[in-house]
Design a protein around this ligand. Structure first.
Ligand SMILES: [Zn+2]
Length: 161
């Protein structure tokens, strides 16, 4: 995914998010950096966790290097989620509540937009509310931090979404 096409993709997603949230489109688009799962964990959770993307207020979106948001709609929904966080940051959303409450409200909104994006693209029924795959081979729920959490999330990585 080269820099130019990333920019075009972000511009399109920013307008879509703006329509759904009323947020103004930031003048400067964030950089999108693809990193290893280990790096993402280090940035986002400090301990093993099922993280796929992370927004840093230095205007960088970090995505798992195995995600292909240009060709995979599920992967693109992760980029949408992180871009919502970028817009929240730039727009100063929920600034009138304390930091803890603010991060909860921002996450709720990002998940709502994320789910909307999947639904509008005909992928809504693949996911439960927590955005994990509805069905695994053995029907098991995926637990936070489970060693094999990645496998049931194949839709995000594979060619089938
Ligand atoms: Zn989030």
């Amino acid at each position: 995914m080269d820099v130019l096409s990333t920019k075009a993709l972000i511009a399109g997603l920013f307008s879509w998010i703006s329509l759904h949230t009323g947020y103004e489109i930031p003048e400067k688009a964030p950089d999108v950096v693809f990193v290893s799962h280990e790096k993402l964990v280090e940035l986002a959770c400090h301990d093993e966790c099922p993280v796929l993307g992370f927004y840093h207020p230095s205007r960088v979106v970090y995505l798992d290097m195995e995600l292909k948001p240009e060709t995979n709609l599920c992967a693109r929904s992760i980029l949408v989620h992180e871009l919502v966080h970028a817009m929240q940051h730039e727009n100063g959303s929920f600034h009138d509540v304390d930091a803890r409450e603010r991060s909860i409200l921002r996450e709720k909104e990002a998940l709502l937009v994320h789910r909307n994006f999947l639904r509008q693209n005909g992928r809504g029924n693949m996911f439960k509310r927590n955005l994990r795959l509805r069905r695994t081979v053995n029907g098991a729920e995926v637990r936070e931090g489970a060693k094999n959490w990645r496998w049931p999330l194949q839709a995000y990585f594979g060619p089938d979404c």
